[in-house]
Write a protein that binds this ligand. Sequence first.
Ligand code: FAD
Length: 411
Amino acid sequence: MAEFTMELNDEQKEVRDWLHGFAADVIRPAAAEWDEREETPWPVIQEAAKVGIYSLDFYAQQFFDPTGLGIPMAMEELFWGDAGIALSIVGTGLAAVGVLANGTEEQIGTWIPQMYGDVNDVKVAAFCSSEPDAGSDVGSMRTRAVHDEAKDEWVLNGTKTWATNGGIAGVHVVVAVVDPELGSKGHASFIVPPGTPGLSQGQKFKKHGIRASHTAEVVLEDVRVPGSCLLGGKEKLDERLARARERAKSAGKDGTRLKNAAMATFEASRPAVGAMAVGTARAAYEEALEYAKTRTQFGRPIIDNQGVAFQLADMRTQIDAARLLVWRASWMATTGKKFESAEGSMSKLFASETAKKVTAQAIQILGGNGYTREYPVERMHRDAAIYTIFEGTSEIQRLVIARTLSGLPIR
Ligand SMILES: Cc1cc2nc3c(=O)[nH]c(=O)nc-3n(C[C@H](O)[C@H](O)[C@H](O)COP(=O)(O)OP(=O)(O)OC[C@H]3O[C@@H](n4cnc5c(N)ncnc54)[C@H](O)[C@@H]3O)c2cc1C
């Protein structure tokens, strides 16, 4: 039995330092430029591919770290470098996880390598679930997938929105409704292979932060994919739908139980977003600490004032608390512990709110400089605002936590 420890092991420390080096030497120096350009930083992704950070192997290694800390540690370091660029590097992972979670071994082996491309020809992938009328309320999804039995093809129609890498991706993973009666239990995921006719990019969004990460609508017009692109396969889908119909009957007219289950699905992946937030918060805190030690007013460094020093003490305390929640939830997910108190949502909620608060405090500590693009903290503050929105807003995290704790269908 492994002894309890709060320390990373030597191998983890080595990986962390290697990632930190890449974040400090490659990502951070490029951050301001790609934020201004609002474009996917292909040369940085390529560089990450060259050193092995942009690859399935790397994520698989971190994912299978038996302590559960591989992924949060990697996220924290990359997002410490820059959130927009880091999301461009890890965004493909969202789609890959969609395939890993639901795909057959054959689908995993066929599609995940294609998502990354190769070192000389890197590709990105997109995960398309959100729609204009189905954000937090995934049960309102409208994109339809209809099986054409004669040809064993699925026909997809609808509009997806907010898709990271949407339209510029090779492989798109699209969630669609196969049985509208079942709410989110009637959804299935499909691979849309590169170059499939009928899939096009809609509006590309001009964003407040993480501007190096491409976010766009994805329009699906009579997109036909072979039966083999249904993740998990038809037999498994039919079984799952039959079970969901049975459960829907026993849940009566109140669909709450179904919705609860849907909201809990991301419990295990949310700590990874918490770790991204910890990375951004830590970056801003470090900038503020350095600035406070060197900026002189009234004949002394501004950190000499308790008003500034105590803010930094609070910032650091909250960042460390956030990391501990993230690590706990990641450890629970890896070691198969049950999330009895929605610990995954707790970690995402606390870390993302901390990132927003800490980056705002960092601007305050840098004064006028903090408010300019000459210093990185204003970018970090803009970036931090995403963490309380994607992968479930803070309100949805609170809803999941409150429902889990109370067992009641709180609305
Ligand atoms: C930059 C970016 C990248 C993204 N990447 C992806 C991606 O790759 N793939 C993908 O599928 N999606 C992606 N998303 C979508 C993201 O997950 C959604 O934006 C998010 O789930 C919120 O949905 P919404 O924007 O429709 O807000 P809404 O659901 O309309 O929420 C609006 C407000 O109402 C609140 N609210 C809603 N319901 C409740 C409730 N029951 N109780 C209390 N408050 C409530 C919310 O908390 C929020 O404050 C991305 C979004 C952004 C901005």
